[in-house]
Write a protein that binds this ligand. Structure first.
Ligand code: NAD
Length: 491
């Protein structure tokens, strides 16, 4: 690939995929354009769309890699490579994330601390797991010794969303590699640059070519991966409708394993005994991180009636203030960037306009400026039952606030959704915290926090928010399958 500095320009990636250890010209000639969402300037007008032949080339290289030297790497060798990748990234990750921000609009101000830390932490965490997958042994009480091994699945694919491209890449690659798999990554067509720039660093860290490959392209390329007969697993993060298509494609092809990390409409339930400042901090930050383009964003805030006025006044004031922080995401002083593109702008402002008929607008409610895809943080009060703004994920800086009187009432309201990714309960009463957290239908429930994930513990959705879990030991299980070996002791 040459040096990383050469590859920090988006145009370097025009018409390229990263297959079998090198950047190669796309065989499929279809291309598309990626723009900077802050001003619509073109970053590349020739990004590749992986077609059949590109996918086939990647799968062949992946199979060769899976059956090649990588298969005989010891656990310790895999750990050494993953740790070396961290050392390389200490140096290069900020540049890669900065490159990515050109297309995602994520503010570079979050890169050096928050973003960099949790990416490197994830790799180090899985680097420590390689030699701890012990399997099982059952004695020969019936004449058969039983051994259970957790074996890698083989050629896996990751299909990723646009909001946190490098973090998502690593959340899938680190456990996949720790368990000895090989992975073809398809970043979102909206944010392809950072993932392509990251790919060669795995080889620099000592991981053989073909183990990590990156294909550029959109839904069509993703669909080719989902329906491929020799890919054994798809690890998908994205929207519910795409997740359903992937599960169907997997079922109709080779029944490849599927994990789905999907969308949410996460509730935060704030009781009158809560530390109000803490509840404000978490619910405001939850909505503003990446301009609301966060799967776990707390976009339904339920507040107990006795404290509703005080909470709503402060919540609305903080979000009003935040509108002043919207600005150029490449400026290190900017806290809040644009939505990812014009399509997202149209979708979000469309939902805001329709919501004005169904709820009371408390703050925001408009695009900011006339250049780029900036949207003011927006809050609606008391949406009508069944309204779009109450039920559908916006994936922008938009929330609703409703009041409640009793615990039963708020649990019922919080669970009245098809989503089940995240929930929060804010209270100083420990028994209530435990009671409510057990009743909330979500894969993760925060007590006095919300929209927060931790690498050590499983993360994923209940109900339509997903299938399977990432993070912690659970991600290792999602990239392996048990094999039972029966040994006849009487032969
Ligand atoms: P999306 O579903 O539109 O796209 C995600 C990926 O799927 C992209 O790479 C896209 O090219 C690909 N794709 C599109 N159609 C496909 C098809 N038919 N077959 C295979 N692949 C296809 O999602 P998005 O707009 O990029 O991301 C936003 C969504 O992701 C939100 O709903 C958000 O909540 C969700 N998300 C979930 C998590 C989580 O961990 N649960 C994390 C981040 C984002």
């Amino acid at each position: 690939m040459g040096s990383i500095s050469q590859s920090l320009s988006p145009s370097f990636y025009s018409n390229k995929h990263y297959i079998n250890g090198e950047f190669v010209e796309s065989r499929c000639k279809e291309t598309y354009t990626v723009r900077n969402p802050k001003d619509e300037s073109v970053l590349s007008d020739r990004m590749a769309v992986a077609g059949d032949e590109d996918v086939e080339a990647a799968v062949e290289a992946a199979e060769a890699a899976f059956n090649g030297p990588w298969s005989s790497f010891t656990a310790q060798q895999r750990t050494t490579c993953l740790n070396k990748l961290c050392t390389i990234l200490e140096d290069k990750l900020v540049d890669i994330l900065t490159l990515d921000s050109l297309a995602s609009g994520n503010p570079v101000s979050i890169i050096p601390t928050r973003e960099k830390n949790y990416i490197i932490t994830a790799i180090r965490y899985y680097a420590g797991w390689t030699d701890k997958q012990k399997g099982d042994y059952y004695p020969a009480d019936d004449g058969f010794v039983k051994l259970v091994r957790h074996e890698p699945l083989g050629v896996c694919a990751a299909v990723n969303p646009y909001n946190a491209p490098i973090a998502t890449f690593i959340f899938k690659a680190a456990p996949a590699l720790a368990t000895g798999n090989v992975l073809i990554v398809k970043p979102s067509e909206k944010t392809p640059f950072g993932s392509l720039a990251l790919a060669p660093l795995f080889e620099e860290a000592g991981i053989p070519k073909g183990v990590i490959q990156v294909l550029s392209g959109g839904g069509k390329s993703g669909a080719l991966l989902a329906s491929h007969m020799r890919i054994r697993k798809i690890s998908f993060t994205g929207s519910v409708p795409t997740g359903k298509k992937i599960q169907i494609a997997a079922a109709q092809s080779n029944l490849k394993r599927v994990t789905l990390e999907l969308g949410g409409k996460s509730p935060a339930c704030i009781f009158e005994d809560a530390n109000l400042d803490n509840a404000l901090t978490w619910t405001v930050n939850a909505l503003l991180a990446r301009s609301g383009q966060v799967c776990v964003a707390a976009t339904r805030v339920y507040v107990q009636k006795s404290i509703a006025k005080e909470f709503i006044d402060k919540y609305v004031a903080k979000l009003k203030e935040a509108a002043d922080r919207l600005g150029d995401p490449q400026d290190p002083n900017t806290g809040l960037g644009p939505l990812v593109d014009q399509l997202a702008l149209e979708r979000v402002t469309g939902m805001i306009e329709r919501a004005k008929q169904d709820a009371e607008l408390a703050v925001g409610g408009a695009r900011k400026g006339d250049k780029g895809s900036f949207v003011e943080p927006t809050v609606f009060l008391n949406p009508k039952a069944g309204s779009e703004i109450l039920e559908k994920e916006v994936f922008g800086p938009v929330s609703i606030v409703k009041t409640f009187e009793t615990e039963e009432e708020v649990i019922k309201a919080a669970n009245d959704t098809e989503y089940g990714l995240m929930a929060g309960v804010f209270t100083r009463d420990v028994s209530r915290a435990l009671r409510v957290s057990s009743k909330l239908e979500a894969g993760v429930v925060g007590v006095n926090c919300v929209s927060y994930m931790n690498m050590q513990a499983p993360f994923g959705g209940k109900k339509a928010s997903g299938v399977g879990r990432e993070f912690g030991e659970y991600a290792l299980r999602a990239f392996t399958e048990p094999k039972t070996v029966l040994i006849n002791m009487n032969a």
